[in-house]
Structures are given as C-alpha cells and as structure tokens.
Design a protein around this ligand. Structure first.
Ligand code: Z15
Length: 830
C-alpha cells in the first residue's frame, strides 16, 4: 500500500524475533516471525499483508491443533484428602477460613471431617497421586485411569492381644463431592464366551458375560494455575439389571447372580503389596479397567479424524507396574480385529505407544497369570491354536517374539526359555513383566540403583536383545505442595521469609530451597527452625494423647518408621534395636542413665491380611510397647508407639514431627522409597541402608548429614549363599541380636512361644540379613544419639537437608517422563 519503510514495524523486533534472543519479544510475535520464515519461507523485507495474514493465521492455528496426551494407567491412586489441597492450589485457604469462621465453623475442623480416598496400598499408589499433582501444576496433559473401588485399603484395628484386625473402608458411604458421575461415558466389557474367525482373518468375540464400565471423573487441580487434569475411575455395573424376558425362576436367579458378579469387579482394592495371588477377580479387574480405558482413549483419538497409524503421535500410555499390561494384547486385538490394521503395523503402533515402569525386583512381586485362567477369561486374546500367518491372535506375540530371539541367538535354548512370555510348568504362566517389556518403547526403574539392578537381573536378556537405550531411570519424586506446604505450613512460611520469596515460587521450583544454605549459621533461623519442629512434635503428641490416651515427652528425640509391614523393610530390625536399647538402659546405674538421650519410637503401617510374619511383627511391636511404656525405671528415657491405621492423613502429621526416620531395607530390595524424601524435605534426618533413593538423597545432602549402615548390595547375594550352605549359629554370628531374641522367646514381652515363627526367620536362613547388619545398625543408632546431643549442630544438618531436596520434587520426575517418553508439551495458553 505504498509503504516506504521495509521491513514494517520495528526492525530490531524482526531481527531478535528471528534469532529468538530477545526475551522481551512476546511469544506471539516470535511465533508469527517463525511462520514467516519457515512455513512461508519469506523475508521481512518483502512481506505484504497477504503474507502477514498467512503467517498470523498459521500462528493462531497452532493453538487449535490437538495436543498429544499421556495417560497414566495405575490400579492404585492413593489420593488422601482433597479439600485442603484444593484450597491451597487455588490460593483460597485464607478466604475460606474467614468465610467459615463467620458462619461459626472452624475450617481446620471441617478439614478433619473428610475421609481419605485410600485407593492404594502404599508407595506405588501414592506416587501416582503425586504425579497427577505435578502434571496438573505444570499444565501437562496427563490423565489418570484407574478403578473406583467401593472399598479402599482396609481399616486397621489393633485387637486385645496386639494383633492387626481388618475392617472394611466404606469411603463412599457419604456423598463424595470430588467426583462427577458420568452416566454418559460407558463401555461394554466382555468376559469368557467364545471367538470365531470369519474368512480365517477377523475374529468375532461373543457370548459369556458382558459388563458395563461407567466413568467417574475426579478433578485434579494444578497449583497456582487454572489448569485441571482429570482422573477417570471406572465402576462396574450389570449391563442389564434384569432380563425382563426371563420368566422362569432359574433365569431370574441367574440374572441376579450375574448382576452381583458384575458389581463385584470394582468392589474392593486388593490389599496385597509386593505379592501376587493369581486370583481370578483380580485378573478381571485388570482386564475390565484396561479394556474400558483403551476404548475411551481410542474414542477420543477418533474425534481427531486422523489415520490410525498416527495414534502414537497423539497418545502415550504409561504402565504403572505390570498391572495394566493386558492393555497391550487388548490394543492389539482392537487394532487387528476391529480396525483392520495389519499385524506388523499394529505391533509397530503398540511399541510406539506404551511405556513401562517397573517398581521392584523382588521375585514374589513379579506378576504371573496361569495360561488356562487367561484363556478362560479372555477367549479372543489367547487362542493359542491358530499360529499361521493371517490367523494370529493377540498372544501370538509370544511365538513371533521368540522367533526373533532365536534368529539373534541361534540355539540358545536357555535364553529362549528365560525370555519367553510363557513360563513352563503345570499350569503354564504368562510372565507379565516380559510382555510389558517387549510391548513398550521404553522401560524404566524408579531410582538409580534400582534401574541398574533391573538391567543386571530381571531385564538382562532383554537388554542384550533390544540394546541398552530402551532402558533408563526416572528417580521418583514427591509433590512439595502436599508434602511441605500442606503438611507443614509453618516450615513453608519460615522458608518463604528466609528466602524472601513467595511460597508459590519455591513450591514450583524446589531447587530454590538451596538458598537456605546461605542462612544456615544464622542463630535467628536456627532458633525459628527448632521452634517449628517443636510445634510439629507437639501436634503429633496431641494426636497420640487424644487417640491413644498416652502422654508423650516432646523434649525427647522422635524416631519414626512408617511404611507397609514387610520382611524386606525390616521393621523387625528396628524393634530388635529398641529391645536392645531397653535392656541396655535397664542394666545401667542411675548415673549412667542421666547421659541417655531420651527417645520416642513411632511405628505405623499395615500388613497384608494374609501375610503371617508381617502381622506377627505388629503383634510383637505392640506388646513390647505395652511393657516398656509401663516400666517406671525406663519410660522417661525410652517409649514406643504403634499408631494404628496408617494413612496419607496420618503421614501428614507424623512426617513433619520426626527428628530421625528409618529406611532400613536389606540393600538392593527397596526400589526407591518415597517417604524418605518426605522426611528429609521436612528437615528430618535419615537413618538408612545404602539402598534405593537413600543413595541419591545422601549424594544431594552430603554423607555427613545422613546415617548409613549395613552391607552393600553387591555383598548381599554372597551372604545369602553363605547362610544357605554354611550356616553359623546366631549366638556366634551376632551375640547382641541373639540375646534380644532369647529375651523375646523367654516371654519377657508376653507369651514367647507366639513369636517363634518370626524369630525363626532370623535364626534359620535369615534371608533379609538381620544378623549381618545388626551390629552396624546399633552403632549407627549411637551416632544418631551423639549427633542429637549437639542440638545446634543437629538443626544445621536439618536445614542443610531440606535445602538440598530440590531434585526430589515430582515436578522434576514428571519432566523426565514428559521428555524421555511422552514427548508432550505444556498446555499453557499464551
Ligand atoms: C509398591 O508400593 C512398590 C513396588 C511394588 O512392586 C509394589 Cl507391588 C507396590 C513401591 C516400592 O516398593 C518403593 O520402593 C517405591 O518407592 C514405590 O513403589 C514407588 O515407585
């Protein structure tokens, strides 16, 4: 239009926009310049309005393009309470506090009314919850899929003899304001029945039981953003309540039964952690959930109107452990039988869509399902009869994969047997980890050591077959919103004042905590830091007093071990250590007792209802506590509590109150641990073995600020071999521990005979190596006592520990997944 000046506008903006150097050039300007240069291949010097229109339109269109989404499939989401978290994320806590006060209600009391959503067992389920928080907070399009159990993890009661009792957790008895029932989102899921092939190609699956999956949506608010993500939980329902055409009594009964069994699928969370039971209902849960989720994902993809070959460009699916592995053969079935995709092309889609996270190397936790059970339940997937090309079924993955292995390693029959998806035996079993591995683009462990062990043990053959680049590590993380700001508001406030930063700044960029190091020697900070810890200890003491009726000395050191009861986590080592200390104090003179560092030991955790040894450990802890808490000679110096019914909400009280916490698994057994991170973030010091994420925590905070003991991972195998083939009596191997065991057996803490099976696990083959680590454990406890005597030194360690926890934010972990696996970007609007 006769403009003289080229380029139009500000020349510097054009130039800097092009090179992308000037931070002051707004995103939108950069995006338009980008399209001028790349999409139009034109120059600022000859750009007319028609060209500028094109570039502007392309830039706007970028905002409309469908973004890729990642789906987190987890059988467990251990969410805890929502109200406080939602208020903090929205920045509305103060306003609501004022609002309810005016109405005569104290907000803190109202928060206590909420029941935990406890749809998980422990670490794996809580990790999923932290990951949803971090995804929403970083505006990443990650949606969760799980099951809406009627009953969450059981409620734990302690019986008169000290044993664990289980009661149901009917968490949905009152209305749940955090979920939205979606009667409009339902899918049919088929079980049993038979499949027929048409033209020897496509299979049609019919008959059997059809169940309805109905969606419930749980909103996941992000922190300091309007963005919310979604957690979709499926409920099972009978497809037709009753078949109205059935008039005779037999049919009526069958209709009632089938409606019962449909509703049963999502009725209860399996309370076993780290063990597989091979129960048919559990397999039904897994298939029901993966089939409904995949249908939903596929329907959403189809709305985009893209060719099915582009599925992996829009969808990534993270498998949280092997529980959702049936999604692999199910997607294969859908692609081949329903979408007419050729076998090889379908497998290519599969292996670009799925990603697999392994959470343990313990053999008893590796899922295996009997082939006959699978064949019965999922006719279509497991029809092993048809093997010729063009007539393949979803589980023919087995033979095709083995052919490829055979080609790469000719004649290596043992390798073939190890890598097969089928473990030979009566019956044969499907090895889910093998299936998850070959069907995924990448496989990761959850801490550096664990990922290394994975590659060296259960995935060794697969590393040799696929190459090392398929395997990687994402160290777990925790959300600092719940595990600092929400559970420890006073510490969060103190950090904010010290760093002179708004809370929102370091809660979103946790590495900023390092700024505390500059202040670590300031007496004012040390004093305030100690005061915060003290008030958290008083809050815990108040909880124990009101729920259990015990008064606690809050001047004593608080020593905490809270986690699922399991032999590998070695709560037994802790209780033996407590008894050892008790006996030592008993043997002291009054003068010597004055030098003892007073201590209160807290335990909490659930045992799987069928895990006999774990339950016996609880019984021992409770009964030892009953004796020592009543002993007038020692009770001011040592007391011990087993807090019943451990939960997310109880963790929120315990963690900020701890001076020291214990993470003492046999080296090489705890994949990562995540409560270790929570304690350290709250300024509690760590007493632990060289295992899981403990190692990376020590790397960050410095070895002088943690208390390590025990044998290292490479020694474990050898020690176990020695125990097996060259057993040494416990009196010789570890006299200190033998003495403690004898006291228990003699009945000092109630009927000793009861504990024989537990004591025998140590006396006999001592698989978890208590006799090997006991002496160094006791030494480490002495070092802890010594360090605690220097209170100022201790507080400095505490501040340094908190300061170095940036790495363990789940924001970082989610970034790792987003980049390494999902290839997704933030949804942030310009
Ligand atoms: C579970 O909570 C974990 C692993 C499992 O295999 C099962 Cl079945 C449940 C835990 C690990 O024991 C723990 O070390 C890890 O921090 C957590 O998963 C999250 O990765």
């Amino acid at each position: 239009k006769g403009q003289e000046k080229w380029p139009r506008g500000d020349e510097k903006v054009w130039k800097d926009g092009l090179r992308g150097v000037d931070k002051d050039v707004p995103e939108i300007t950069k995006s338009v310049v980008h399209h001028v240069q790349t999409s139009l291949a034109r120059q600022a010097y000859n750009l007319d309005e028609a060209g500028a229109y094109q570039a502007t339109a392309l830039s706007v269109r970028d905002n409309l393009l469908p973004t890729k989404r990642a789906y987190y499939l987890s059988l467990e989401f251990l969410m805890g309470r929502t109200l406080d978290n939602a208020l903090l994320n929205l920045g509305l806590k103060n306003k609501y506090s004022d609002g309810t006060t005016k109405l005569g209600f104290n907000l803190e009391d109202l928060l206590e009314q909420e029941r935990d959503a406890a749809l998980g067992n422990g670490g794996l389920g809580r990790l999923a919850a932290c990951y949803l928080d971090s995804s929403a907070s970083q505006e990443l399009p990650v949606w969760g899929y799980g099951l809406r159990y009627q009953y969450g993890i059981f409620q734990q009661l302690i019986g008169p003899d000290g044993s664990q009792l289980e009661a149901p957790d009917p968490w949905l008895q009152h209305d749940n304001p955090w979920e939205l029932p979606r009667a409009d989102v339902t899918y049919d899921v088929r079980f049993y029945g038979h499949s027929e092939r048409i033209d020897g190609m496509k299979a049609v699956w019919s008959g059997g039981q059809e169940v309805l999956a109905m969606a419930y949506d749980v909103m996941i608010p992000g922190y300091a953003t309007k963005n919310t993500n979604n957690l979709r939980l499926w409920e099972s329902k009978p497809k037709r309540g009753f078949d109205l055409n059935s008039f005779n009594a037999g049919d009526y009964e069958r209709a009632v039964e089938s409606s019962n069994s449909a509703a049963a699928i999502t009725s209860v969370l399996y309370p076993n952690d780290h063990t597989t039971f091979g129960k048919e209902l559990r397999l039904k849960q897994q298939y029901f959930w993966t089939a409904a989720s995949l249908n939903d994902i596929l329907r959403r993809f189809k709305n985009l109107d893209k060719p099915i070959s582009e599925f992996p460009e829009y969808v990534s699916i993270q498998l949280n452990d092997t529980h959702p592995t049936l999604a692999i053969p199910e997607l294969m079935r859908i692609l081949v039988d329903e979408e007419d995709v050729k076998w090889d092309a379908a497998w290519d889609i599969i292996t670009r869509t799925f990603f697999f996270t392994n959470h343990t190397v313990l053999p008893e936790a590796l899922e295996k399902w009997p082939v006959p059970l699978m064949q019965h339940l999922m006719r279509e997937h497991s029809d092993f009869k048809s093997m010729h090309a063009g007539n393949l079924t979803a589980f023919d993955v087995v033979s095709i994969f083995l052919q490829a292995v055979e080609k790469k390693f000719p004649g290596d029959r043992e390798r073939l047997a190890r890598m097969s998806l089928i473990e030979e035996g009566f019956p044969q079993n499907v090895r889910m980890a093998n299936l998850a591995c070959i069907g995924s683009r990448k496989v990761n462990g959850v801490a550096e050591l664990h990922s290394e062990l994975l590659k060296a043990t259960i995935m060794k053959d697969f590393v040799e077959f696929f190459g090392i680049s398929k395997f990687f590590n994402v160290t777990n993380g925790i959300t600092p919103r719940r595990w600092l700001d929400q559970c420890n508001p006073r510490l969060s406030q103190l950090i904010s004042e010290t760093l002179q930063l708004p809370k929102a700044t370091f809660l979103k960029e946790l590495s900023l905590l390092e700024g505390l190091l500059k202040h670590v020697d300031e007496p004012a900070l040390i004093k305030k830091w100690a005061a915060v810890k003290q008030s958290n200890k008083e809050r815990l003491a108040h909880y124990v007093e009101t729920t259990m009726g015990h008064k606690i000395n809050t001047q004593a050191m608080f020593d905490v071990q809270i986690k699922r009861l399991h032999e590998y986590k070695r709560q037994t080592l802790n209780i033996m250590g407590v008894i050892h200390r008790y006996l030592a104090i008993k043997a002291m003179t009054a003068e010597e007792r004055k030098k003892v560092n007073p201590k209160v030991v807290f335990f909490a955790g659930k045992a799987a209802p069928g895990y006999y040894i774990a339950k016996l450990t609880i019984r021992l802890i409770v009964n030892v506590a009953r004796i020592i808490n009543e002993d007038p000679e020692t009770k001011d110096l040592l007391s011990m509590f087993f807090l019943p019914d451990y939960s997310v909400s109880l963790a929120e009280i315990l963690i900020p109150a701890s001076d020291i916490s214990q993470h003492i698994s046999t080296a090489g057994t705890e994949a990562s641990g995540t409560s270790n991170m929570k304690f350290c973030l709250n300024g509690g010091l760590l007493l632990g073995t060289v295992d899981g994420a403990n190692i990376e925590i020590a790397e960050e905070v410095g070895e002088q600020n943690v208390f390590f003991f025990g044998h290292l991972t490479p020694a474990v195998e050898d020690l176990r071999y020695q125990h097996m083939y060259h057993p040494v009596p416990i009196e010789q191997k570890c006299p200190g521990l033998a003495k403690v065991i004898n006291e228990v057996a003699s009945g000092r803490f109630g009927d000793g005979g009861v504990y024989e099976p537990l004591l025998n696990t140590i006396r006999q083959n001592d698989y978890y190596l208590l006799t090997e680590d006991f002496d160094s454990y006791i030494q480490a406890l002495e070092l802890v006592d010594k360090a605690y005597q220097d209170r100022t030194g201790w507080i400095k360690k505490s501040i340094r520990t908190t300061a170095k926890m940036g790495k363990f934010s789940s924001d970082r972990a989610i970034q790792d997944y987003a980049q390494e696996c999902w290839n997704i970007e933030s949804n942030k609007l310009p």
